[in-house]
Design a protein around this ligand. Sequence first.
Ligand code: NAP
Length: 253
Amino acid sequence: MDAIFDLTGKVALVTGGSRGIGKEIVNTYAAQGATVVIASRNIDDCNNAAEEVIQKSGKALGVRCDIANLEDITNMYKTVVEEFGQLDIVVNNAGVSITKPSVEVTSDDWDFMFNINIKGLFFSCQEAAKIMMEQGNGKIINVSSIGGLKTFKRIAPYGASKAAVIHLTKSLASEWARYGIFVNGIAPGLISTDINTEEIGDERLLQKMLKMIPLRKLGAPSDIACMALYLASDASNFMTGQTISIDGGVTAE
Ligand code: NAP
């Protein structure tokens, strides 16, 4: 059974792989034998995360890329091809959120979230697909959010950008299936990372949020990384266009 999750010989790129959920996905893939490329805006963080993988006898490379910058995206994919000559798995995980009442959202807030969460993600998928079409195979995994499936107060633009990710995942899966490219997504619920330190650090808010989660607990990055492994592996070879919620039951209600 373990062999079906084996990623030996595969090259995987994880955007936002330097911290939080992305870093856990990086470590999970590396533990399964994949060579991992770790991308974010901060090259030192990427290199440190790569060094941790290498210390455990894995293979890893850090690459600086601001996913909101289309030239950075092109250069990142160029580097992957130059270094490894193949690309089997891409996890579009980099994402940002601004929490505030909708009446206070500025045009800059909107552009910041949409440029990273959906525009950058789309052009990352596009560059990945160009390589994967030539290979005749590839797995793309887009990290959305349950905020793209349900409404939550004070994150309307974030939720809209993540709903767009779910739609895009379906469209690209349908368009690229004939090239052997799988496109699936994950919609995490509340996972303890840097993105929500403020909310989780506020005990009153935390208790309020826990009441909305049927399992009455926060998720861990590993809960998401396990699904990212399934979607990257041969175990998911009859699945495309789907976005799976991992949320302690929130979207079941
Ligand atoms: P995190 O701990 O804040 O990590 C975000 C990662 O993305 C970091 O590596 C960050 O590195 C990178 N990043 C941010 N902006 C970037 C940009 N413009 N270009 C390249 N990399 C960028 O967040 P997380 O909680 O792990 O979230 C990961 C994904 O899960 C996001 O898409 C988020 O929306 C989604 N999600 C998270 C939760 C949750 O509860 N944690 C729930 C639902 C969905 P730099 O800042 O150094 O660039």
